[in-house]
Ligand binder design. Structure first.
Ligand SMILES: Cc1cc2nc3c(=O)[nH]c(=O)nc-3n(C[C@H](O)[C@H](O)[C@H](O)COP(=O)(O)O)c2cc1C
Length: 378
């Protein structure tokens, strides 16, 4: 199952792992897959530290970085607005809604010296470009952009350094647009995927994207966690699978124990696609927090990046509270995760997971080949 993209990237298996956790990225890369570090949650200085660590732990094997330069968000036309000006656009009813919700679940205020996630993260061209500058100083083989086509100068810069460019899409029209601006690898993200996603399922989206951009390689994203699903992705014409959720419950995952337990117990019906995380539809774990945003009297989520800014303080409070033994500690905690969560039932090392997916994929494909051989003999 070494598809052409394996040759291009110099990897053994067409299994791509998106993660914000450097240990997962290194483990997958070292196991013969392709790890991709999500830059979004890091400051440029932290990203530099993470990539330096990865460089020291992958022995020259190829890996990638994922940045977010959204095509559409508030302030983009103005060349990025200041945080202070953006903050003025957040209506008061959102803070009141959040304060009431957190009070109901007994989530305390943050101590003065708390340093959690910043309120802006990388949801802007400025943030994405700062990550890009850091990433380009490392021996990355692939640069991926989420939420729209990467700017042309970013693609040119990457190509000039021999770095391939990938982008996530939710429709075949978006795939074609990405190909036209020079993107090398299309990541067809089905609605079942964790994080930002469209409305079309992978089974339908993948072959449409494959046909729309051929011979540009396509990866299937969304709902891949076993070898059977990787085999299905290959049968749909994809050259591999781009995965995210399944690494959240590996031994290397840095998520809180209480959250990992929630993920292990969740079924595939326990996710929803909601704008409450970032302002754009993102699939995530259903929790008391997300359900509160679904209620009739809840405010409408704000456009990107205002929503993330509006909920940043609440997110930090919820996270800090989740680290305690308080009876309500885990009530509101959640995370972006896809429908594959229903198949994430045990913790294990990332290397073992790679091996089990690859082995099952090979077994599945040979069983299908045998079936075909038998039916032609009959
Ligand atoms: C916790 C989490 C965070 C994510 N954050 C990002 C991100 O910052 N940038 C991005 O391009 N994709 C992000 N994604 C989406 C993944 O890149 C990937 O497309 C998705 O996880 C694939 O579907 P799956 O979750 O069913 O494996 C995230 C996914 C998860 C689960």
């Amino acid at each position: 199952m070494r598809t052409p993209i394996c040759e291009t990237l110099g990897i053994e298996f067409p299994l791509f792992a998106f993660s914000h956790c450097r240990d997962v990225v290194a483990a997958v890369t070292n196991a013969g897959g392709f790890g991709v570090l999500g830059a979004l949650t890091f400051s440029p200085a932290q990203l530099e530290e993470e990539l330096t660590w990865i460089d020291a732990h992958v022995g020259g094997r190829p890996y990638g970085v994922d940045i977010v330069i959204p095509a559409k968000y508030v302030g983009r036309e103005a060349g990025d607005m200041s945080t202070a000006d953006l903050k003025k656009m957040i209506p008061e009813n959102v803070s009141k809604f959040l304060n009431d919700l957190l009070a109901k679940h007994e989530v305390p205020e943050l101590p003065d010296d708390f340093g959690g996630f910043s309120e802006m993260l990388g949801w802007s061209a400025g943030g994405g470009r700062a990550h890009l500058e850091v990433a380009m100083k490392h021996p990355i083989r692939l640069l991926v952009n989420a939420l729209g086509p990467p700017p042309e100068d970013v693609i040119e810069l990457a190509h000039a350094q021999g770095i391939l460019v990938g982008a996530l899409v939710g429709t075949p029209q978006q795939a074609l647009k990405q190909k036209q601006v020079g993107v090398d690898i299309i990541i067809a993200s089905g609605t079942e995927a964790g994080g930002h996603t469209g409305e079309v399922a992978s089974m339908v989206l993948t072959p449409q994207c494959v046909d729309a951009v051929a011979p540009t390689p396509v990866l299937t994203a969304g709902g891949v966690g076993t070898g059977r699903q990787l085999a299905a992705a290959l049968c749909l014409g994809a050259q591999g699978a781009w995965t995210g959720s399944i690494w959240l419950t590996t031994n290397e995952s840095e998520e809180a124990e209480s959250l990992i337990e929630k993920l292990l117990a969740a079924t595939s019906s326990d996710t929803l696609r909601s704008r409450c995380l970032t302002g754009k539809p993102a699939r995530q774990l259903k929790t008391a927090y997300t359900m509160a945003w679904e209620a009739e009297d809840a405010p409408d989520p704000l456009p990107m990046p205002l929503q993330f800014m509006a909920v940043a303080d609440a997110n930090n409070r919820i996270w800090k509270h989740s680290q305690t033994k308080h009876p309500t500690a885990g009530n509101l905690t959640g995370i972006a995760v896809g429908q594959i969560v229903g198949m994430m039932n045990k913790r294990r090392p990332a290397r073992e997971l790679v091996q089990s997916i690859v082995t099952e994929c090979a077994e599945t494909l040979s069983a299908q080949a045998e079936l075909l051989a038998r039916s032609t003999q009959d």
